[in-house]
Design a protein around this ligand. Structure first.
Ligand code: ZN
Length: 265
């Protein structure tokens, strides 16, 4: 009746969540159970933000990877790393990829420069369920995204004519929409539908462009897929002259997307 409560040592539990493992810190028992990517980051998960270094300096003084990485800083339990095409192994060495849970990609002019053997490793890691992939804006034509989608990945047209867009949360219960309300971007490069990708698992964000002449046109803004065992998210805004990656709403979407695309324990 007055039996003292049994103290259960956490490591004896057979159903430890990743979160509780993180709380355990670097105890030997926890370390044995942690996935390799978590061990590499000292118990934290790792997101790598890659860009090609071509964004205009007056908008992105330290390129787009820096602006995106700054927006991810508040993610709890994540190490945020910047990578660039000009880094050794184009910023995505095998060693780095092996410790990466999510790879975010912004490219435009230099898709063709990215080495195929690096793309092979990225695609394999995603399909094996060891890394999520997030493609931003003009990265719809980057090699890893096209390989993951297996389609042309083209939009019908690309028009930077001062169009604005209202971004509409279409799937409010989806994790990528957490804390996100409908919002406006005053300028966007209009990517006209259809977008030749496989049918998304979810369209989290929809959009309505308003053209300079007042006409409106729909366009999907945030789409996600599961490719074999890995998760992929594509975000339509992010033209290099408009500074979208400094916007709090965009940063919230990307933080959520990192959590959603990350491999699950
Ligand atoms: Zn663009």
């Amino acid at each position: 009746m007055n039996t003292p409560p049994v103290a259960r040592h956490p490591s004896t539990s057979s159903c430890l969540s990743r979160r509780s493992l993180l709380r355990l810190g670097a105890t030997a028992g926890a370390a044995l159970l942690l996935p390799p990517a978590l061990l590499a980051a000292g118990g934290r998960r790792r997101v790598v933000v890659w860009s090609e270094g071509t964004a205009p300096k007056n908008v992105y003084p330290d390129d787009i990877n820096t602006a995106v990485a700054e927006g991810l800083k508040s993610l709890d339990g994540w190490e945020v790393i910047k990578a660039s095409l000009s880094d050794p192994d184009q910023g995505v060495s095998e060693e780095r990829l092996n410790g990466t849970d999510v790879l975010i990609w912004w490219g435009h002019q230099k898709h063709g420069d990215v080495k195929d053997e690096l793309v092979d490793r990225i695609v394999q890691r995603v399909k094996e369920g060891n890394m999520g992939f997030i493609a931003l804006h003009s990265s719809h034509f980057c090699k890893p995204f096209r390989r993951l989608m297996g389609t042309r990945c083209s939009w019908r047209e690309y028009v930077a004519d001062g169009t604005s867009v209202k971004i509409i949360v279409k799937a409010p219960d989806h994790p990528i929409a957490k804390g996100v309300k409908d919002f406006e971007l005053p300028k966007i490069e209009r990517y006209g539908e259809p977008f030749l990708v496989p049918e998304p698992e979810t369209v989290v964000l929809d959009g309505i462009y308003t053209k300079p002449n007042g006409q409106t046109e729909p366009g999907r803004m945030g789409l996600c897929w599961t490719v074999v065992r890995g998760r992929v998210f594509y975000f339509t805004p992010g033209h290099e002259t408009y500074g979208d990656f400094f916007r709090p709403e965009v940063r919230q979407v990307l933080r959520n997307a990192v959590e959603w695309t990350a491999p699950k324990a």
